[in-house]
Design a protein around this ligand. Sequence first.
Ligand code: 5RP
Length: 292
Amino acid sequence: MADAEGNIDAKNYGIGVETNNEGFFLKGSGNLDWGVKARLSRIFNPKSGNTVMLAFDHGYIMGPTSGLERMDLSIVPLIEYADCIMCTRGSLRSVVPPTCNKPVALRFSAGSTILTELNNECLAGIEDAIKLDASALAPMVAIGDPNFEALTIKNLAKCVDYTAQYGIPTLGVTAVGKNLVRDARYLGLATRVCAENGATFVKTYYCEEGFEKVVAGCPVPIVIAGGKKLPEKDALELAYKAISSGARGVDMGRNIFQSENPVAMIKAVKAVVHEGMKPDEAFELYRSEVNK
Ligand code: 5RP
């Protein structure tokens, strides 16, 4: 209990020193609650404003994907280099050391696999996400899917309600259906729909033509997935072009964990994302890390 008498007089009021009324560093996030901003500040580096998220949630639809057969061997050594990890609650509990001290973007919807129909998904339970100390909830949103568009937008809306209730950001993950083209028109629509429905940030794909319009038309930060494995130099170029066009980071999986040298690759990707390193230089960095 505080003492009532004999206390030192309070006098350091900083009279004349302006209080810090700086806005928040991420686009469209200025009016969010403190807890949402605090979690976003763990995912995105407040200095660069960007993030390298390491995605290894592929098994939830694809089973033991190449590079993810033994995540304890392939993924755990990479975690220290990531700003954030994106995974399922199954892999989190079974493989990821709780001591890793990294923010988790939790894959938060599931329901079907590549063997049947993708995107027929329901949400996991919010209590479990809280128990797992999730820094973001990540539902799949299948815009344009004739069967599951409405269902997945409802899932997104429910996550946004959780964001409002519990302060955990929602990462809208735009799915690409078999019949949908990854062009600026589609990606612009899909990311905007996620943002309009309240997603705190959105994961989508890069497109060569008009990606800057996709970013400009989305009022919240965009991170890009890496997609199928490319040669390392091409993947670094993809990351560079996305960041140069306004993406705030990558949520990259296969181009890191399927690389010949995943540690070297994630270090090179980080240099591109946080330092704006050009692809040629980043590839040199990759090569020098390989030869260490
Ligand atoms: C898998 C996903 C992945 O998280 C996402 O596609 C990023 O991984 P990659 O860079 O390998 O595309 O949503 O379901």
